[in-house]
Design a binder for this molecule. Structure first.
Ligand code: NAD
Length: 289
């Protein structure tokens, strides 16, 4: 029987409904949730991302502001802008669009965000709390991939979960979420030998390598849950020069073996966008309590 598809759009809609309810309660209590995004320079992709953030924040009742700093901003100036937002009691959430233009140090900028206002969960303190099994903002993509798994309703404790990828924003926090949920976790990466030998032992497989179609039916054990985090643009075969978005998983063949599968697009992606809003409202709820 082909896999049941995990509907990322429906999961995202449910998250947004919950966020809207909580944001309204905060507003009624005189403590509105707010998010300030810092963008240094005028990268068109970041500007377009910010415009869509503004729209999705407005739709759930979160105050959103883009603080755009000039391209020539120095590291001390950028840090001072973050410090000011950290001190501002009316601002409950902060994020920095990265990469910041060179020679700025994007890592140092993100680490400067006060952990309690870090809605992307990229601060070392947030990742540390997650590693310790404590409540903390979780990087949005990892949280979204985990939410896709949880939407299946399948018990996680005791299952063997395999995560392909070890980045600080996806693979590592995902492995920590799974460990915290009592899964047995294997983490694979570019130096892993015989990837298929590991993935075939997975009850739950997360593909977050950023390699189009890396995972085929030979990587899957029948009945596994497969969450495809990859978002890769590849050229269309018609020679038009246009591209399409594909995941790390060979959808058509894996669909025949897996029990649950996320499509790309329409799987983890929409949930990631909604998770930023959820992290923002959660930061506002913790703020000043
Ligand atoms: P990254 O490049 O930082 O990390 C990729 C990881 O995969 C690395 O740890 C690497 O060791 C591992 N890897 C690469 N090739 C491999 C291979 N052949 N075998 C085994 N391991 C391999 O990427 P990232 O930021 O962690 O993102 C991962 C993927 O998720 C990308 O496709 C990215 O576009 C996608 N992504 C999706 C969303 C979303 O909302 N759906 C958000 C962020 C990132």
């Amino acid at each position: 029987m082909p896999a049941t598809l995990i509907d990322g759009k429906a999961i995202a809609a449910a998250i947004r409904d919950d966020v809207a309810r909580r944001a309204a309660a905060l507003k009624a209590a005189g403590r509105p949730a707010s998010l300030v995004a810092i963008l240094i320079g005028d990268d068109p992709a970041a500007l377009s991302y910010s415009a869509s953030q503004a729209k999705s924040a407005a739709a759930v009742g979160i105050d959103y502001r883009l603080d755009q700093l000039p391209a020539g901003t120095t590291q001390p100036q950028a840090l001072a802008a973050i410090d000011q937002l950290n001190r501002d009691r009316h601002i409950t959430g902060i994020m920095v669009h990265v990469p910041a233009p060179k020679p700025l140090d994007s890592f140092a900028l993100q680490q400067r965000i006060a952990p309690e206002k870090d809605v992307e969960g990229v601060n070392a303190a947030c990742l540390g709390l997650l590693a310790l099994g404590r409540d903390a903002p979780v990087p949005c993509t990892a949280a979204a991939a985990f939410a896709c798994l949880k939407s299946t309703g399948v018990e996680i404790a005791g299952k063997h979960a395999v995560v392909i990828g070890r980045s600080a924003i996806v693979g590592k926090p995902l492995a920590m979420l799974l460990l915290n949920a009592n899964a047995t976790v294997t983490q694979c990466h570019t130096k892993t030998r015989d990837l298929a030998a590991h993935t075939r032992r997975a009850d739950i497989l997360f593909a977050a390598a950023g390699v189009p179609h890396l995972i085929g039916h030979e990587h899957i054990s029948p009945g596994a849950i497969v969450i495809d985090v990859g978002t890769n643009r590849i050229p269309l075969e018609d020679g038009s020069g246009k591209t399409k978005m594909v995941g790390d998983v060979q959808f058509d063949s894996v669909k025949e073996l897996a029990s649950f599968l996320t499509p790309v697009p329409g799987g983890v992606g929409p949930v990631t966008v909604a998770t930023l809003l959820a992290n923002t409202v959660a930061a506002a709820e913790r703020h000043g309590v």
